[in-house]
Design a protein around this ligand. Structure first.
Ligand code: ADP
Ligand code: MG
Length: 472
C-alpha cells in the first residue's frame, strides 16, 4: 500500500497510544512515520538505530497485533532510518519528542514574518478547521475559539472542557494552541498581538513527571520558571492529578502564578471537576472559576459529517450507504469511528476491492463488539467485566483470577480477557495482571481463541452479547 502507509501508521499510533505508557509512547513512537513500501510491508521510518532496535525488541509484537487489527491481515514490519531514506531534515515535531525531562524552555512562537513552524507535542491535524461542529460540541468549540482569539482576556479562565474518551478534547485544546500560534505569527495590523507568545501543551502526566524529575534532580527552580513563564498553558487529561497530592500543590501554585499574571489556562478531563475524586478542594474551586463545558457524543449527522471531512482530506469517495453504516456502527468514540474508516480504506486498497456495503460489513465486523461500548458514554472497568463474567459462568471472581486451568474456568477467563481488550482502553499487560497476574501473551492468546470461536459458533456470540448487555 504505497501511499497509505503514512495514514495506516498514524492510525496504528493512535491505537498504540492507548495501550502503553504515555512517556514510552512519546519516546519511542512519536518520532516515527509510516513510509511507502510494497503492499505486504509496513515500513516505519525512525530517527536512529537505537529506536529501531528498541521498537523491534520491545514492541514488535504489539505493532504486529495492532496492524493486524487495523488492516485485517498480517504485514511485515520493517524499520529504516530517516537518513537512509534521504530525509535528512526531520520535522521539528519529530525532533523534539525524545526529551522527557524538563525542557530548557517552553515552545516560543517568535516569527513576526509569519513562517509556519510546527509546535512540538502538537498534532498538526488538530485544528479548528478540521474540527466538525455538532450540537454535541457547539458550546465547547465556541468557548475554545473565544479563548483562542483573546487568551487571558475572556471570562473563560480557566477554560475546562470535559467529555468521554475519543470525543475531541485533545483535538480542541490543541486547536487553541495552533490558533494562538498563528495569530501571534500573522498579527493583524491594528490589533495589539504579542509577537512572542509562549504556548505550552502538556498532559497532566507529563506535568507530574516533570515535577518528579525536578525534585529528583534538584532542579525545581527550572521547573517553576519553565511552567510559570508561559502565556498559554494547555493541560490535557487532568483527571490523572487525582490522588497525587504534592503534584496538585505544585499545580495549584503554577495555576495561581499564571492566573494572576493574566495568562490563559485551558484544561481537559474525562469528567467534570467535582467528579474527580482525590482532588484538593482549593484546586477544585479554581477549576470552576472560569468556564466548565462538556463535549457529548456526536449525533448521526455529525458522525457522517466527520467521516466526510476525513474523506475529503484523504481525497477518497465512499458510497453514502457505507458512510452511513460506519456512522451507525461507531457511535460513541470518534477515534474508533476514524479507525474503522481507515481500516476499511486500507483493506480495500490492499486487496484492490471496491468499497461496498458488504465489504464494509465484512471488514468491520470485528469492531462491532467494541462499538456496543457506545451505549452509554461510560467506559466499563475490568473489575465490572470480571464480576459479570463470573456471574454469567456461575463462578467466583477469585476463581477467575486463580491459577486453576479447568476447561470451564479457562474458557470463562478467556472470555473475560477478550471483553476487557475489546471494551476498555487498558493495555494487554494490565489486563493480564488483573486476571491473576498473567502475561500479555496469554491475553493475546485468549483473544485469538475467542475470536476464532466467534467465527465458528454463532451461539457464542449470543452468550457474549448477553454479558456485554449486562455491563451497560
Ligand atoms: P479525546 O482527547 O477526547 O479522547 P481526541 O481529541 O483525541 O479525543 O479525538 C479522537 C480523534 O477523533 C482524533 O483523531 C480527532 O481528530 C477526532 N475528532 C474528535 N472530535 C472531532 C470532531 N468534532 N471533528 C473531527 N474530528 C474529531
Ligand atoms: Mg485526549
Amino acid at each position: 500500500m504505497p501511499q497509505e502507509n503514512e495514514a495506516l501508521w498514524q492510525n496504528c499510533l493512535e491505537i498504540i497510544q492507548t495501550k502503553i505508557q504515555k512517556e514510552s509512547f512519546y519516546t519511542w513512537f512519536r518520532p516515527t512515520r509510516g513510509v511507502p513500501a510494497d503492499s505486504n510491508t509496513l515500513k516505519v521510518a525512525v530517527p536512529n538505530g537505537f529506536v529501531a532496535e528498541w521498537l523491534e525488541e520491545h514492541y514488535l509484537q504489539l505493532i504486529k497485533e495492532v496492524t493486524r487489527e487495523t488492516v485485517g491481515s498480517e504485514l511485515e514490519i520493517t524499520f529504516s532510518l530517516f537518513k537512509e531514506l534521504g530525509e535528512g531534515g526531520m520535522s521539528p515535531e519529530l525532533v523534539e519528542v525524545q526529551e522527557i525531562a524538563v525542557p530548557e524552555k517552553p515552545q516560543t512562537i517568535n516569527q513576526p514574518n509569519g513562517s509556519n513552524r510546527a509546535l512540538p507535542n502538537f498534532n498538526s491535524r488538530y485544528t479548528f478547521e478540521s474540527f466538525v461542529v455538532g450540537e454535541n460540541s457547539q458550546f465547547a468549540r465556541a468557548a475554545a475559539l473565544a479563548v483562542a482569539e483573546a487568551p487571558g482576556k475572556t471570562k473563560y479562565n480557566p477554560l475546562y472542557i470535559y467529555g468521554g474518551v475519543g470525543l475531541g478534547k485533545t483535538h480542541l485544546i490543541q486547536a487553541i494552541g495552533h490558533y494562538v500560534g498563528e495569530l501571534a505569527q500573522t498579527s493583524p495590523t491594528g490589533m495589539v498581538k504579542p509577537l512572542t507568545y509562549k504556548i505550552y501543551y502538556v498532559t497532566s502526566e507529563k506535568f507530574t513527571n516533570d515535577f518528579i524529575y525536578a525534585i529528583g534532580t534538584s532542579t525545581m527552580q527550572k521547573f517553576t520558571e519553565h511552567y510559570r513563564n508561559v502565556d498559554l498553558l494547555l493541560v490535557d487529561d487532568i483527571q490523572f492529578f487525582a490522588g497525587k497530592e504534592s503534584t496538585q500543590v505544585q499545580f495549584f501554585h503554577t495555576f495561581n502564578a499564571l492566573y494572576q499574571a493574566g495568562k490563559q489556562i485551558v484544561l481537559t478531563s474525562d469528567r467534570a471537576p467535582h467528579e474527580i475524586s482525590g482532588l484538593e478542594e482549593r484546586l477544585l474551586s479554581r477549576f470552576q472559576w472560569g468556564l466548565v463545558t462538556d463535549i457529548q457524543p456526536p449525533d448521526l449527522e455529525t458522525r457522517i459529517a466527520i467521516i466526510n471531512k476525513k474523506l475529503a482530506s484523504e481525497k477518497v469517495v465512499l458510497p453514502f450507504e457505507v458512510a452511513q453504516f460506519i456512522a451507525q456502527t461507531f457511535t460513541a468514540n470518534i477515534r474508533e469511528l476514524e479507525g474503522a474508516l481507515i481500516r476499511l480504506l486500507a483493506y480495500a486498497s490492499i486487496s484492490s476491492k471496491s468499497i461496498t456495503l458488504n465489504l464494509a460489513e465484512e471488514v468491520l465486523k470485528n469492531g462491532t463488539h467494541k462499538a456496543s461500548f457506545g451505549k452509554g458514554n461510560k467506559e466499563v472497568s475490568i473489575e465490572l467485566i470480571m464480576k459479570k463474567v463470573a456471574l454469567f459462568f456461575n463462578l467466583s471472581e477469585a476463581e477467575l483470577k486463580s491459577k486453576s486451568k479447568t476447561k470451564e474456568l479457562a474458557f470463562a477467563r478467556q472470555v473475560g480477557m477478550y471483553l476487557a481488550h475489546k471494551l476498555t482502553q487498558y493495555s494487554l499487560k494490565t489486563i493480564g495482571e488483573k486476571f491473576g497476574g498473567r502475561d500479555h501473551s496469554t491475553v493475546i492468546h485468549a483473544c485469538k481463541l475467542v475470536e476464532e470461536g466467534l467465527k465458528k459458533e454463532p451461539a457464542l456470540k449470543n452468550r457474549i452479547d448477553k454479558i456485554i448487555n449486562s455491563l451497560y
